[in-house]
Ligand binder design. Sequence first.
Ligand SMILES: Cc1cc2nc3c(=O)[nH]c(=O)nc-3n(C[C@H](O)[C@H](O)[C@H](O)COP(=O)(O)O)c2cc1C
Length: 173
Amino acid sequence: MKTLIIYSSLTGNTRKVAEAVKEVFGDEADIVPVEEKPLADGYDLIAAGFWVDRGTADKKAQDYITGLRDKKVALFATLGAYPDSGHARKSMDNARSLLDGSNQFIGSFICQGKIDPRLAEKFKNLPEGHPHAMTPERAARYHEAAKHPDEADLAKAKAAFATIRQKLREGSL
Ligand SMILES: Cc1cc2nc3c(=O)[nH]c(=O)nc-3n(C[C@H](O)[C@H](O)[C@H](O)COP(=O)(O)O)c2cc1C
């Protein structure tokens, strides 16, 4: 069974998750940044990772995901919001909906990732009432995001993909 792990990552959070996924598959997987536009031919599973940009997969990941055909696909992502939030669910659903109908979606994983300090700084300077203005709730979320992905996130990512790998081997996916 051959797996292609392709990931898009601006600041390294999603790359860390991709590397954790690679540990699960070992030599059965190739891990390639999306910029290299790897061909999906010959792989049984495509594990595609993205960072959440305005509620969906970032543009580079979108372009790759929309081009996939006839593949088993699992998605993983990092985002600033809490992973159990409606926003996280919606963002993953939005990315999933980019998949062509010929593919089989077989699972996903999402966790928090620290927000680029330059973006956080920009938000800090927005006027009160602006949709992205700093509020105590938002500051708390940023503070929490700054610790992620942490070892527990990477362990959860590995567990999620170990289950997928097992099911694929058993032929139940
Ligand atoms: C331009 C921009 C837009 C973002 N949009 C969102 C968003 O809509 N929702 C969210 O939860 N996080 C958002 N984030 C936070 C990133 O998804 C998060 O920090 C992610 O872990 C970055 O991953 P990377 O280090 O792999 O690039 C945004 C970050 C940037 C820079």
